[in-house]
Write a protein that binds this ligand. Structure first.
Ligand code: ADP
Ligand code: ZN
Length: 220
């Protein structure tokens, strides 16, 4: 099963995606993480996309689609995956549909939409802190989920940092871009009859509801 996580920045796609990936034993594939890794490693791709990301714009569709397609050919995602941050446009959704139809005709596809009011999103994102240890990646919030020790990850002891694009100006821009694309994207999955929308107020309740939906969907 391929599970697409839809939702504006800061709605919890990464957090919920990570929990689902562990519980359902599916690899999580985050385009944001792939892109940030390329930037850190200063690859050709990284140099090409850096300015888009730091200014809060979308990376162009052709670059994004190629990146995801080559990732989807790897072994760990051949029976399914959780896609966090992809697709973000109808062109990307269409490319994914065709890719899966050609390469994984048996696989089920489903989309989960995380729907959170904008003012709450801005509060979440500007207070977000992320563990710099990539194999950990724990996410904290200065207001709602502070680490026990300032600036230090509870789990692995590494340094916590804010993402460069998590400032109010860039978040507002990312939200605007999300809302421009989201209606068509959500219609796309609604038409496919495979969309579950939820306001993830409490994390554990949201995860439980999503899992129940997926269980039912799997049996169909
Ligand atoms: P967020 O969901 O908080 O915006 P992500 O880590 O998913 O964070 O994405 C960070 C940035 O990476 C985006 O603002 C955008 O520039 C780029 N990006 C990620 N996924 C895509 C995508 N599917 N299409 C285009 N750009 C993307
Ligand atoms: Zn950590």
């Amino acid at each position: 099963m391929y599970i697409v996580m839809l939702g504006a920045p800061g709605t919890g796609k990464g957090t919920i995606g990570k929990i689902l990936s562990q519980d359902l034993n599916l690899s999580a594939l985050s385009t944001g993480d792939i892109f940030r890794e390329q930037i850190n490693k200063r690859t050709v791709l990284g140099k090409k996309i850096q300015s888009y990301i730091e200014s809060g714009n979308l990376v162009p569709d052709d670059v994004t689609i190629e990146t995801v397609k080559s990732r989807l050919l790897e072994d760990d995602v051949k029976d399914g995956a959780i896609l966090d941050g992809f697709p973000r446009t109808v062109a990307q959704a269409e490319a994914l549909r065709i890719f899966l139809k050609e390469n994984r005709p048996q696989a089920k596809r489903v989309a989960i939409e995380l729907d959170v009011p904008d003012d709450e999103i801005i509060r979440r994102v500007v207070n977000r802190l992320i563990c710099t240890n990539k194999s950990c990646g724990a996410i904290y919030n200065r207001e709602t989920k502070p680490p026990k020790q300032v600036g230090i990850c509870d789990i692995c002891g590494s340094e916590l940092k804010r993402r460069k694009d998590d400032n109010e100006e860039t978040v507002t821009k990312r939200l605007g871009i999300y809302h421009q694309n989201s209606k068509d994207l959500i219609d796309f999955y609604r038409k496919n009859n495979a969309l579950y929308s939820i306001y993830p107020k409490e994390l554990d309740v949201a995860v439980k509801n999503i899992k129940e939906f997926l269980e039912e969907y799997r049996r169909k």
